[in-house]
Design a protein around this ligand. Sequence first.
Ligand SMILES: [Zn+2]
Length: 432
Amino acid sequence: MRSKIIISVVALGLGLFGGAKLMEHLGREYIVNNFPIPSGTLDDKDVYVQEVFIDEKVPVKELKQVKNKAKNIILFIGDGMSVSQISAFRLFQGGPNSRVAVDNFPYSGKVLTHSANAIVTDSASSGTAFSTGRKTNNRALGVDVNGQPIENITEKLDKSGYVSSIISTSEVTHATPAAFIVHASSRYMADEISIQMTDSKIKNILGGGRKFFIPEENGGNREDGIQLLDKVKTNSILITDKSELTDPSLYGDGQVFGLFADEHLRDETTPENHSTEPSIKNMLEFSVNRSKKFIESGCRGFFVMAEASQVDWASHGNDFEYLMREMTDLEGGIKWALNYAKKNKDTLVVVTADHETGGLLIEPNDPRKYENLDIKFSFNTGIGRGSHTGVPVPIYAYGPGAENFTGTLDNTDVFRALLAAANQDNSGSCIN
Ligand SMILES: [Zn+2]
């Protein structure tokens, strides 16, 4: 009896061992490569939901003193652009061993993007954090959580003789460009925002959005009935075609409004207009060259904020090809700025984003076959239309003061690091 049990146990043991060996022989790969891939929607994802507490006190990063100050500052904001959007663009344009413009920046870090009242920010509050150094509520532009105006970076730099330009590929009244010019309790107050822009000291305001300067009854978007485009034509200079960007010396020392589209640039519904719409590089080159004229007549230096607005829209829309087109446009601007800063050592170039959009993933197309080079790029916050996410965004810097854009920064630290680089002596405005 006892021997029978022993034989059975040994046989079982041998059987299990043999079975395992057989499995190993067939290869784990066989098993791994043949597990069924479950089908489903984003709603079926495994999730963990928890209420997150936001402490009112924001830690302040200790910055290094910048000895050689930046005469000029160019700030790029890729709206909705985190590491995944940049990585996807790198793979798309030349594979993993290619390099995109930001890869050549000597300093980089991460930026935390939450707002005063949300883990997931919108562009208004994050734009306000960059422009004023203060956390505010989502939708607020240049005002604090109580709605009180906060002096922004272009107003601060104006006091020390800087000339400023604001560029976007959305309508100029949109959240990010507006955060650097106006003070409004809501980003949706487009009528008020555009009026404040015409009253501002920003010398070049370039992007789309003609309709936001025209009353509804005349085919525009204004509800207040004000013919603001007439005010722009009288008090400022209106340009509407990219060919008008070639000679900045044509415009004297007035404020230039470049409104190159009814709404945003490269609007799919108005393809006939695309040939007259500028790239980010076109608008940047104009702003920098025009700023140099102001410097020749007494300004200390320039500040330019250029926003690739539609990186965000493409990611909201789960549209990868659209995303790559917008990343290409931004790349052209960054390359131009980096080249400029290499020749003009007194220029600081910073590239960052206000938040990530879409939860972009880079996966093997078949999750069982990593070595298959078919790569799946997918957006993971919603079917059809996704949202912003709360992941940090990268920041890259080149030039004087770039060393402060390293490690982990709050988005309000970015404002402080920009000002630490600038030459602030309150010598007075150079703009009349
Ligand atoms: Zn967005």
